[in-house]
Every structure is written in structure tokens, then in C-alpha cells.
Ligand binder design. Structure first.
Ligand code: 9MR
Length: 457
């Protein structure tokens, strides 16, 4: 546990001068504290989901960020985004060794400005491979795939809450087999190799397997993915979550055993995410059922719809989304918001110990420096923090985050985490003396980051 591993450094830390911003008191009251059982009627999808410890997100086409009607809805309603196409292999590495991060970085920047979490989609997939990769096979392809995973996960380290490490690797139908692809032909272990490479490159991102048609618990494909996740967990392959795309479009219906599927995956010790939801003709009851099923499973962390307006959908002729082409809320929107609002808020977690106040007038010991916390913007489910270091130009600052809170994005420093994911070390990286990060409250709206130490050099 994180607490016992903290013990050895305690006396040195107590001597370390800590400056805790005078605004800590302000911060303690800034977050919306949701009392268990309290009635709530949040007026947007993201805010309501956040009150239940979840996110509500959407796929974003980066080119549409120039459309103000689109961006207005995006910023108002959603607190999570997935790039619809801009983080796929062909978009990020169009020529071998030549990475093109422009569009993806633009989305990440937009998300950071809005305090939205980002799902990375997707590191390894048989589809949307650039031409050079489609023509590869064997060890050459395996190495190129692993290099792509490493390069991309490293580029976005600290910015991505969840990666769809591998997408759509199983066949439809009754076989329960892996899908044939150039990646599959490099050997059955390609999936776990991709997960290991992703963990190494970004230890703080949650790593997901993502697929469609794994919604019905009785389907052979669902069972096959379940067995793979069970096997990965038993052998220590680093997997944290399963994404159910849940495209109930094109003739695939919402199944009545969907909740069983969510809870069965969760029982394996992974989180579950509904990653690409859209439903043909957007029936209110099916949308409501999906929300209720997610809220009924503690490890269901959130829902992402695959586009904002029907006109943005990959299946726009099926009008499967929550907003019509003019950006008006459809009946399914009201059903989703009402279902979210009637869900139970998560437990508020353990009472937290107030941070040590230190003595701001004591000068820091030699070799030390001072880290001053400045609280930033607070949303329903998350908040920003910036930290300014004085007394040194190169430094490393240790910051403790109280679980279940978790840092979802970072800037202007080099960030690493201990095994628990709660103790963060930030090193100067030449981008000045102020670094910052977004923390997801995950049901604990009162705890705030604590500076553990500031070391010069
Ligand atoms: O919505 C995406 C569409 O714009 C692309 O043309 C298509 C290309 O493969 O991919 C769509 O998104 C898919 C997602 O990446 C994976 N699951 C299925 C989605 C719908 O096809």
C-alpha cells in the first residue's frame, strides 16, 4: 500500500520546508461536494456523470473544432474526448519513422484547456495502417508495431488517461478465434507484446483492449475476449480495462444481458468503458438502459458516444446520436441525462488528513528548494493545480495524490509515478519553473495534492 511505502522518508520530509498555498482553504470548498444520497439535477452530461464518479465523452473529429456550433456543444456537455481518426496509425506515422502529431496534439491541447480526459485510440490495429505497414510481415512488422506503440505512447505520456492499446483483434461469428491480420500472423503474442510496450512507455496510462460485438454475454466473441483478459490477468500481462465499443448500429442491437457482460469483465479485475456508443435511430429506452447498466457496475468508468450530432456520425443515415444535425438535443439526450441524474453518487471515500502546513518562514535547507502550490480551475469532477519552484533552476518535486484521485494530464515538467500511481515525481525539463497537472477527483472532491519534497539539482 502507498501508506507503508511512505514511512521511511518521513523524518527527512518533515524537515523539508513546505509551502502550502494560502488558498488551500479556498480549494477545500471549491469542489462540488456530493453527499451520498443527495438529489442532484446537473444540467449537462459531463457534470452529471462526474457526480457519479464517471465521465461522459465523445469522439471528436479535429477538423470540426473550427465549427463553433460543434465546439459549443463539445465544451458544454462532455468531459472526455477520443480522437475519431487522428491518433490512428496511418494518421500518426504516415511514412515509416516520420511522425505527424499536429492534429492529435491540437485535440490534446483543447482537452487540456477544457479539463477533459483523453482516450488514446488506437496503438495497434489491423485497420487504418499506413501503406508501408500494410506491406510488412513477420519480425519486421512486429518491430515496427512495437516501435509505433513506444514512440506514440512516449510522445503523449502524461496526457492520455486510457489507451486503446489493441483494437478489434477478434473475429465476429461463432469461432471465438482471433481475427486474421498481418499483425496476428506475427504470432499470437502480438497483443501482449503491445500491452507491455505501452506500459513501459507510459506507466500512468490505463491500458485497454477495445472491440465491437462484445456486448452480448452469450456471443462467442465476447467469451473469447473474456478468456483473453482472464489469461492476461493470471499471467501478469499489464491490462487495466476493456472497452466495449457498443455500436448498436447497422443491425446489432442493445442486448438485454449487457449489464452481465459489464459486470463479468469487471469481476476479472479490470475497469470497463463504453467507448463508441451509438444506437440506430437513437431510441431513448436503449440509451437509458446503457446508462443504467454502466451506473450499476462500479468498475464502469464512463461512456463515450461516437460523435456529437447525427451529421457528425460515421452512420449519419441512421441518426444514432444525442444531438440532431442542428445541434438540438434529441429525446435520447433527455433520457440519458435523466438516467445519469437519478444514479447514485459514489461513496465519498475515506476522510482525508489535512495537508501539513509547514512553516513558510523557515528557509529551505541547502540543496533544497521551495515548491508553492497555486490552485487552478475546478470542474465537477477534476481540478487543475500549478506548482512554482523557487530557489533552484533544476529541481525535482515529489507530490502525493490521495487515491482514488488520479492525475490525468500534465504539462511543463517531466513526470513519473511510483507503482501505486499516487506519488508523482516532477523534474524540471527546461520549460520554466512552473509545472501543472489535472487531477480527477474520482469521488473524492476534497483531497488536494501535497508537496512532499523539493530537491535542487
Ligand atoms: O468513425 C470512424 C470513421 O470516420 C473512419 O472512417 C473509420 C475508418 O476505419 O473509423 C471509424 O471509427 C471506428 C473506430 O475507429 C473503431 N471502431 C469502429 C468505428 C466505426 O467504424
Amino acid at each position: 500500500m502507498a501508506n507503508s511505502s511512505r514511512a521511511p522518508g518521513r523524518s527527512r520530509r518533515l524537515r523539508t520546508a513546505l509551502v502550502v498555498s494560502a488558498a488551500v482553504g479556498l480549494l477545500a470548498t471549491a469542489g462540488a461536494v456530493v453527499l451520498p444520497g443527495s438529489a442532484s439535477a446537473a444540467s449537462t452530461l459531463g457534470a452529471s456523470a462526474a457526480e457519479r464518479g464517471r465521465y461522459f465523452g465523445t469522439a471528436v473529429a479535429v477538423s470540426r473544432l473550427n465549427d463553433s456550433a460543434y465546439t459549443t456543444i463539445l465544451n458544454r456537455e462532455f468531459n472526455q474526448v477520443t480522437a475519431e481518426n487522428e491518433m490512428k496509425i496511418d494518421a500518426l506515422q504516415p511514412n515509416q519513422g516520420q511522425f505527424n502529431y499536429g492534429n492529435a496534439d491540437r485535440l490534446v491541447q483543447h482537452a487540456r484547456n477544457q479539463g477533459m480526459q483523453v482516450r488514446g485510440h488506437t496503438l495497434a490495429w489491423h485497420s487504418q495502417q499506413p501503406g508501408w505497414m500494410q506491406n510488412m510481415s513477420g519480425t519486421t512488422l512486429r518491430n515496427a508495431m512495437l516501435n509505433h506503440v513506444t514512440q506514440v505512447a512516449t510522445h503523449f505520456r502524461g496526457q492520455i488517461a486510457w489507451w486503446d492499446v489493441v483494437n478489434e483483434a477478434f473475429q465476429d461469428g461463432s469461432s471465438g478465434a482471433r481475427r486474421d491480420s498481418n499483425l496476428q500472423r506475427t504470432g499470437n503474442d502480438w497483443i501482449e507484446a503491445a500491452f507491455r510496450a505501452a506500459r513501459q512507455a507510459d506507466p500512468n496510462a490505463q491500458l485497454c483492449y477495445n472491440d465491437y460485438n462484445i456486448d452480448n454475454w452469450n456471443d462467442a466473441k465476447t467469451q473469447a475476449v473474456y478468456r483473453m483478459v482472464q489469461d492476461f490477468k493470471s499471467r501478469g500481462v499489464p491490462i487495466d480495462c476493456v472497452g466495449l465499443q457498443s455500436h448498436f448500429t447497422g443491425g446489432s442491437n442493445y442486448p438485454s444481458n449487457y449489464r452481465t457482460t459489464l459486470s463479468s469483465f469487471a469481476a476479472l479485475g479490470v475497469d470497463v468503458h463504453i467507448t463508441e456508443l451509438d444506437i440506430r435511430n437513437a431510441p431513448s429506452d436503449a440509451y437509458r438502459n446503457v446508462v443504467n447498466d454502466c451506473l450499476a457496475v462500479a468498475r464502469c468508468k464512463g461512456i463515450t458516444v461516437w460523435g456529437i450530432r447525427d451529421s457528425d456520425s460515421w452512420r449519419s443515415n441512421e441518426s444514432p446520436l444525442l444531438f440532431n444535425g442542428s445541434g438540438q438535443k434529441k429525446p435520447a439526450y433527455d433520457a440519458v441525462l435523466a438516467a445519469l441524474n437519478s444514479g447514485t453518487p459514489p461513496p465519498t471515500g475515506n476522510p482525508t488528513t489535512p495537508p501539513p502546513t509547514g512553516n513558510p518562514t523557515t528557509p529551505p535547507p541547502a540543496g533544497s528548494c521551495t515548491a508553492t502550490v497555486t490552485p487552478g480551475q475546478v470542474w465537477g469532477d477534476r481540478y487543475n493545480t500549478s506548482v512554482t519552484v523557487s530557489g533552484a533552476s533544476t529541481w525535482s518535486v515529489v507530490v502525493a495524490i490521495t487515491a482514488p484521485q488520479r492525475v490525468s494530464s500534465t504539462w511543463s515538467g517531466s513526470f513519473s509515478w511510483d507503482g501505486s500511481g499516487n506519488i508523482m515525481t516532477v523534474r524540471s525539463n527546461g520549460s520554466g519553473n512552473t509545472f501543472g497537472f489535472t487531477t480527477m477527483m474520482n469521488g473524492n472532491s476534497s483531497a488536494r495534492p501535497q508537496i512532499r519534497s523539493c530537491t535542487a539539482g
